[in-house]
Write a protein that binds this ligand. Structure first.
Ligand code: PLP
Length: 354
């Protein structure tokens, strides 16, 4: 049985969080002399002199309607990376508790876990980039607090099999984090609807990719109200600034623009795949459920350098486990994609020295 109290670090359970001025009085009307703000306004014409809503309720109401969850099941962070950090901070006592990662995967899980001195337990994906379910099951110990699953996975681009994710959730008494940063590009549905069923499930999504709002820094975590309460206790009081709250609030009304961009990117991805497959330098393109491709090339380092000379920057993943010889390439605009292919056409392999 999942028991959140057993998963949390003992001092987090009893922690009294900082109570901000806006925690103690929740009304919006009145003379506010409680937060030492500047009463005259800001140096701009905008009312930035006031602190933002610490719990972003207006924004959460919109996100709740969009994702069909309760507002109290939502945590908003300065990027999903804030939620990743807080989840580890809440659960892992340094040099004692364990986090299971499935490399190759998103680098922030390892960085965040290392910052908190959590023990890293790495269970590589299988050759076809799926969860090695028996190996993960075997790796779980009483110290395991979190398992990070990324689906679609970065950098491999594929969805993890739903039934494997469900198996892990059902056979682990800690928290399973399913990172769905790329879910808007994927044909399958999100795990958000499973939140009612599983109390140990946390789902991460972000406005950084499909919505095109990476510069605003807004990530979402969906979970039980109990888990969200813990994240709220640990976050810095005003973690989402007014500009971001307002801009995202407005953007959410524009799902149509998001859907159109996603459709365009998916169409351009198919064209790019065809163009890349025709090139001698491309050995293989792995199946992609995201807005990027993992591409095996004949000589990753040389191809990477060649592209840099043409001012085209991709991600060299050739040193990453199971990604040997691979570059990770974001699907760009049609024009960017054709410049990429043009550059790759002109790549000449050096004759191997015998
Ligand atoms: C890009 C990405 C994110 C998004 O991070 P933000 O901090 O929200 O910008 C999260 N997870 C994965 C796997 C990603 O690739």
């Amino acid at each position: 049985m999942f028991d959140l109290e057993k998963i949390l670090r003992p001092h987090i359970l009893t922690l009294t969080p900082y109570a901000s001025a806006r925690d103690e009085y929740e009304g919006t009307e009145g003379i506010f002399l409680d937060a030492n703000e500047n009463p005259l306004g800001s140096v701009t014409p905008k009312p930035y002199n006031r602190y933002p809503d610490p719990y972003q309720w207006a924004l959460k109401e919109k996100v709740a309607a969009l994702r069909k969850v309760q507002s109290k099941q939502i945590f908003l962070g300065n990027g999903s990376d804030e939620a990743i950090d807080l989840l580890i901070r809440a659960t892992c006592s340094p040099s004692q508790d364990e986090v299971i990662l499935l490399p190759p995967t998103y680098g922030m899980y390892e960085v965040s876990a290392s910052i908190h001195d959590a023990r890293l337990v790495k269970v590589p994906l299988t050759q076809d980039f799926q969860i090695d379910v028996p190996a993960v099951s075997k790796a779980i110990t009483p110290q395991t607090k979190l398992i990070f699953l990324c689906s679609p996975n970065n950098p491999t681009a594929n969805l993890l099999r739903s039934k494997d994710i469900v198996y892990i959730i059902e056979h682990f008494n800690g928290i399973v984090v399913v990172d769905e940063a790329y879910i808007d590009f994927a044909p399958e549905h999100t795990f958000v609807s499973k939140l009612t069923e599983y109390k140990n499930l946390v789902i991460l999504q972000t406005f950084s990719k499909a919505w095109g709002l990476a510069g605003l820094r807004l990530g979402m975590a969906f979970a039980s109200e109990e888990i969200i309460t813990v994240l709220n206790k640990l976050k810095s009081p005003y973690n989402i600034n007014i500009l971001t709250q307002e801009a995202v609030l407005e953007s959410i009304n524009n799902t149509k623009a998001k859907d159109q961009m996603v459709a365009q990117i998916l169409k351009d991805k198919q064209i790019l795949i065809q163009q890349l497959l025709a090139l001698p330098v491309v050995e293989k393109i792995f199946p992609s459920d995201a807005n990027f491709l993992l591409v095996k090339v004949t000589d990753a380092k040389a191809v990477y350098q060649h592209l840099i000379r043409d001012k085209i920057i991709v991600r060299d993943r050739s040193k990453v486990i199971l990604c040997e010889g691979c570059l990770r390439i974001t699907v760009g605009s049609a024009e960017e994609n054709s410049q990429l292919t043009t550059s790759l056409v002109s790549f000449k392999e050096r004759t191997p020295v015998r």
